[in-house]
Design a protein around this ligand. Structure first.
Ligand code: HEC
Length: 209
């Protein structure tokens, strides 16, 4: 756990220093062309790369936490870990990275992970793309939208249902896991998945100006 958070902090520092470099070269340009100082250009490619890095580090941190718990205490212990740690880890990474971060699914377990309208559209599209044979592990979506005059990055990364996921999201869940799920998530919709389906997605939203 600590190691994972440390890795994420290290990533934050790396990303922050990349941003720092850009800002200083912009500042130089601004002194030359001071009349254009108010115009901000958005580097979509760099923003998307940054969002990709965040989802990768975040997804990796959650998965590592899950695998550690599965190894030490099986799905029941791992369930408790997901239940207690998924949301706080999400909030911490979001704060560190200066973005809004969430996990969503068309069949969500935690009611807090219900997708909004644009996220629902993207998830439906991910399902279509998966059905057409696209690799879910590489599937993503990025768009820059205008939000009340402010530019905002909308980024999503699809999460495939892997073997390890089936213990808690599959169609043959053991009785004790079922009981625990019913207790913790009475509105659970996140079961019945098969290997290789889109389980959900990580969402990054970032204000760009
Ligand atoms: C040990 C049980 C367990 C395993 C294994 C597991 N999950 Fe989950 N999953 C949960 C729990 C519990 C939640 C709800 C966590 C919360 O409260 O945010 C959840 C939530 C999610 C969510 C957020 C959307 C929602 O349904 O609320 C996604 C996406 C997700 N899991 C994907 C996966 C993927 C992908 C795997 C395999 C790599 C996986 N899970 C393996 C228990 C598990």
């Amino acid at each position: 756990m600590n190691k994972q958070l440390f890795l994420l902090s290290a990533l934050t520092i790396t990303l922050a220093s990349c941003g720092g470099d850009k800002a200083s070269s912009n500042a130089e340009n601004n002194t030359v062309k001071s009349t254009e100082a108010t115009t901000t250009t958005i580097d979509k490619k760099a923003e998307v790369e940054n969002a990709k890095k965040i989802t990768k580090a975040f997804g990796g941190a959650l998965k590592a936490e899950l695998q550690k718990a599965m190894k030490s205490g099986g799905p029941i212990k791992a369930l408790a870990v997901c239940n207690k740690k998924a949301m706080p880890i999400t909030a911490q990474v979001a704060k560190d990275q200066g973005v809004q971060l969430s996990r969503v699914s068309l069949k969500n377990r935690n009611p807090a992970n219900t997708p909004n309208k644009w996220q629902t559209e993207v998830l439906n599209d991910f399902n279509k793309r998966a059905a057409a044979g696209e690799d879910i592990a590489k599937m993503g979506f990025a768009n820059i939208v205008d939000n009340n005059g402010k530019k905002q990055l909308h980024f999503m990364k699809a999460l495939p249902t892997g073997k390890v996921c089936l213990a808690c999201h599959g169609s043959k869940i053991t009785e004790n896991v079922k009981e625990k799920l019913a207790e913790l998530y009475p509105q659970d919709k996140a079961t019945g998945y098969a290997l290789g389906q889109v389980r959900g997605a990580i969402v990054v939203v970032k204000d760009l100006n």
